[in-house]
Design a protein around this ligand. Structure first.
Ligand SMILES: [Zn+2]
Length: 220
């Protein structure tokens, strides 16, 4: 099964991608991992990507697409893959279609994780991280520390990352609306999109996504 997972920041896309890939026994291909792997292995593409990143520029689509192509041709992706973070705009989606057509393959499904905007802001802007250990993560509403501002695990000071501020979240959402959301319409014309409400527990969302994929393969 070849799947694209789409959703705004804060939708739990990474978590769902990992779980779905495991259940479906296909590799989870995320752009973040692609970049890290290519850069650490010092591939030509990795060096190229790094030169853009070091200069503070965005990595051009061609480079991302070439990395994705390499990855999709590895043996473990023979029976499919789940793409997370790619494509992130219509031109990447078009390039992906071309790439798949070249291999006589096509996508089976596009899952669109849907979360109300205010919920996204609440989820992200409420995060508090421990200064001693960034794996000690709390949330003012969903996982409050016993004592406000103090880490339950080690007593460290809790703070909000700049990336998690409401302003930054709203800006990231705007980028998502203008750049990434148009790919949902693009895939709708191909009849591939299923919208998954991404509210409720992580398990509930995974179950919904798996049900949707099952339905799709029955032609329902
Ligand atoms: Zn801590």
């Amino acid at each position: 099964m070849r799947i694209v997972l789409v959703g705004p920041p804060g939708a739990g896309k990474g978590t769902q991608a990992t779980r779905l890939a495991e259940k479906l026994r296909i590799p989870h291909i995320s752009t973040g991992d692609l970049f890290r792997a290519n850069i650490s292995q010092q591939t030509e593409l990795g060096k190229l990507a790094k030169s853009y990143m070091d200069a503070g520029n965005l990595v051009p689509d061609e480079v991302t697409i070439a990395m994705a192509k390499d990855r999709m041709q590895q043996p473990d992706a023979e029976n499919g893959f789940l793409l997370d973070g790619f494509p992130r705009n219509v031109s990447q989606a078009e390039a992906l279609d071309e790439l798949l057509q070249g291999e006589s393959m096509k996508l089976d499904a596009v899952l669109d994780l849907e979360v109300p905007e205010d919920e996204v802001v609440k989820r992200i802007a409420g995060r508090r991280i421990c200064r001693n250990d960034s794996s000690h993560v709390f949330h003012v509403t969903y996982k409050p520390a016993a004592k406000e501002g103090v880490c339950d695990v080690c007593g460290g000071e809790l703070y909000q990352r700049d990336d998690d501020s409401e302003d930054t979240v709203r800006k990231r959402l705007e980028v998502y609306h203008t750049q990434t959301e148009p790919i949902i319409d693009y895939y709708k014309t191909q009849g591939l999109v299923t919208t998954i409400p991404a509210l409720g527990s992580v398990d509930e969302v995974t179950t919904r996504a798996l049900e949707a994929l099952k339905g799709g393969s029955d032609g329902a």
